[in-house]
Design a protein. Structure first.
Length: 151
C-alpha cells in the first residue's frame, strides 16, 4: 500500500474502515514520514475509511445475522455489543466508528438495525475526519520537531 502513495492509502483506509482487520494509521504514518502530502492522505483516508463503513452498513442492512457472521466473522456476541451501542445512542453511535474493532461492529449493527442512513454517515464521516486530522497534525508536528533537532 505504501508504494502506491495516496491511492494505496485510500485502499488501506477502505479496508481499515470495513470489517477487515487492518491499521491505516500505520500506513499513514509511514507515508507522511516518506514525504507524501499529509493533506492528500487526510482527505483520501477519510473518504476511504468512511466508504469502508458504508460497506459494513450495507452488509448489516442485508438483515441476516448468519450472513453477517459468515462474511464478517463477527460473532453473535460481538454483534450484540454493536447493537447495544446503536440501541443506546442511535445514529450518534456512528461517532465511534473510528474505534478499532468496535467501530466495525457498530457500523454493521447500524445497518442491521436500519439506523437513518444520512445521519449515520454524517456522524461516521465526522468521527473519521477528526481522527485522521489528529493523526496528520501529530505527525506533522513530530516531523517539524525532528527537523528542528536535526539542525
Amino acid at each position: 500500500m505504501i508504494e502506491h502513495g495516496v491511492f494505496g492509502f485510500f485502499i488501506a483506509s477502505f479496508l481499515a474502515g470495513s470489517f477487515v482487520p487492518f491499521s491505516s494509521e500505520v500506513v499513514m504514518i509511514a507515508l507522511i514520514s516518506a514525504g507524501v502530502d499529509p493533506w492528500g492522505l487526510f482527505i483520501w483516508g477519510t473518504v476511504g475509511n468512511t466508504l469502508g463503513s458504508v460497506f459494513n452498513y450495507w452488509i448489516g442492512s442485508l438483515g441476516n445475522p448468519k450472513w453477517i457472521q459468515k462474511w464478517t466473522h463477527v460473532s453473535p456476541q460481538q454483534l450484540e455489543k454493536g447493537e447495544y451501542y446503536v440501541e443506546r445512542y442511535g445514529f450518534w453511535a456512528g461517532w465511534l466508528a473510528w474505534v478499532p474493532l468496535l467501530g466495525s461492529l457498530i457500523t454493521v449493527a447500524l445497518g442491521l438495525m436500519r439506523a437513518r442512513f444520512s445521519l449515520t454517515m454524517i456522524n461516521i464521516f465526522l468521527g473519521k475526519l477528526i481522527r485522521y486530522w489528529l493523526i496528520m497534525m501529530a505527525m506533522t508536528q513530530a516531523s517539524n520537531l525532528a527537523e528542528k533537532f536535526a539542525q
